[in-house]
Design a protein around this ligand. Structure first.
Ligand SMILES: Cc1cc2nc3c(=O)[nH]c(=O)nc-3n(C[C@H](O)[C@H](O)[C@H](O)COP(=O)(O)OP(=O)(O)OC[C@H]3O[C@@H](n4cnc5c(N)ncnc54)[C@H](O)[C@@H]3O)c2cc1C
Length: 384
């Protein structure tokens, strides 16, 4: 391990917390400063669109209460100068470092007059609105957050319309078969699905669509994807392009002292021919936070490439949808277990005959098998 005395971790959520915990577990006994824009102890975001909306407030991340390092709570990093190794905070404080972890995540794409869902405050405000019992909830964006909110609102007995500009919900991430099945599931769950049209404006009591239709709406929630939080790196010289561009080892390009992890990081993935990817999933932030911390301590020469296979799960209308790898990179998709009509099936995604992704619906064992094969770069799925 090389000698570092002061490490700053920017972003006090999943990736940042994992980085701090790993630095200590690996024996780093220097100074750690955690800088986080939020004032809460680090918490889990997945329950914000699931259990928390139904009243379950247990969302703290394990170990979040045991942070004994210096912690700038509610402070935002506004500028980084890698040449002088200083970080400037929004209160003007300047902090020096030997090593820096960037874990500033992402924020929702905004839509005027609609509710977003990223923070605990967002979720509590949405919960209060749902409890008020609006007659008609309109969810814009049928990605996983939009789908989960629509499903939860139906559970609460509310009328729900789900609007998406794509041809089918989650088409890019799930592929044709699972996406068509998901559209049917929403409809069976009592959600009115409006596809292939954009929202023009959210007006008083309704949502105006680009084709002129108006959908009545007491409450509008938008889940339109996220943008990485990188503005504070403007002028730092660090390369940024839809995320902080890092090497396979998670070191920022051209830097031996700065690593990035989680939703904010874009890195070349060896399993996908070096294509750069940015992954917005829990397990990626969890694993990368730890890997980035270990590599920061080891230094670029002794670092290991991060090649974790992304995986993700969402629950909608009582069905569990899991994905592994990157299905959108595939040229071919094949149903390899079960059938959509049975509400239980798995799809294997291959590119040039190599397995690159998998989707499993109510079929966790198939996902495990397929994920193992993706990790091994195997060509076929033949041991069902
Ligand atoms: C409602 C919801 C449901 C989800 N459900 C799932 C799911 O079911 N499965 C799944 O795999 N993933 C899910 N995710 C995604 C998952 O939560 C994220 O991938 C994960 O939170 C990423 O962690 P992170 O630490 O990289 O970033 P974030 O969690 O975004 O944390 C970044 C932190 O950095 C702070 N910050 C930003 N800029 C600055 C700055 N300049 N200075 C200081 N601090 C800063 C932010 O305030 C934030 O606290 C969900 C996300 C949401 C919002």
């Amino acid at each position: 391990m090389r000698t570092l005395n002061k490490i700053i971790v920017v972003g006090a959520s999943l990736a940042g917390l994992r980085a701090v915990q790993t630095l200590r577990q690996e024996g780093f006994d220097g100074e750690i400063t955690l800088v986080g824009a939020e004032t809460h102890l680090p918490y889990n975001r997945p329950p914000l669109s699931k259990g928390l909306l139904r009243g379950d407030d247990d969302i703290l991340l394990p170990g979040a209460g045991e942070l004994d390092d210096s912690w700038s709570r509610g402070r935002t990093a506004v500028h980084l100068n890698p040449a002088t190794r200083t970080l400037t905070l929004d209160d003007g404080a300047e902090l020096g470092y030997d090593g820096l972890v960037i874990a500033t995540g992402a924020r929702p794409r905004p839509m005027a007059a609609a509710r977003m869902l990223r923070t605990l405050e967002d979720a509590l405000a949405l919960r209060a609105e749902l409890e008020r019992g609006h007659e008609h909830v309109v969810v814009v964006g049928a990605g996983f957050i939009g789908g989960e909110v629509a499903s939860t609102a139906r559970e609460l007995g509310l009328k729900v319309t789900l609007i998406d500009s794509g041809r089918r919900p989650m088409l890019a991430g799930l592929g044709e078969v699972a996406s068509a099945w998901l559209a049917g599931l929403h409809e069976r769950g009592g959600v009115e699905l409006v596809s292939g049209v954009r929202v023009q404006a959210v007006e008083e009591g309704r949502v105006r669509l680009a084709d002129g239709r108006a959908i009545p709406a007491g409450l509008v929630v938008a889940g339109l994807g996220v943008v990485p939080n990188t503005e504070w790196l403007d002028g730092s010289g660090l390369p940024v392009d839809d995320g902080v561009l890092v090497e396979e080892t998670l070191f920022a390009r051209g830097s031996a002292r700065i690593v990035a992890a989680g939703d904010v990081a874009r890195w070349p993935h060896s399993l996908y021919g070096g294509a750069t990817v940015r992954v917005e999933h829990w397990s990626n932030a969890n694993d990368q936070g730890a890997a980035a911390a270990r590599n920061l301590l080891a230094g670029p020469e002794e670092s290991r490439a991060f090649d974790g296979v992304p995986n993700f799960a969402t629950s909608v209308h009582g069905s569990r949808i899991q994905t592994a790898g990157l299905p959108h990179l595939a040229d071919t998709a094949t149903v390899v277990a079960g059938a959509p009509e049975e509400d239980r099936f798995a799809v294997a995604f291959t590119r040039e005959d190599v397995l690159v992704g998998a989707v499993a619906v109510n079929s966790p064992k198939d996902l495990i098998k397929l994920k193992r094969r993706i990790t091994a770069g195997q060509p076929i799925y033949d041991d069902q």
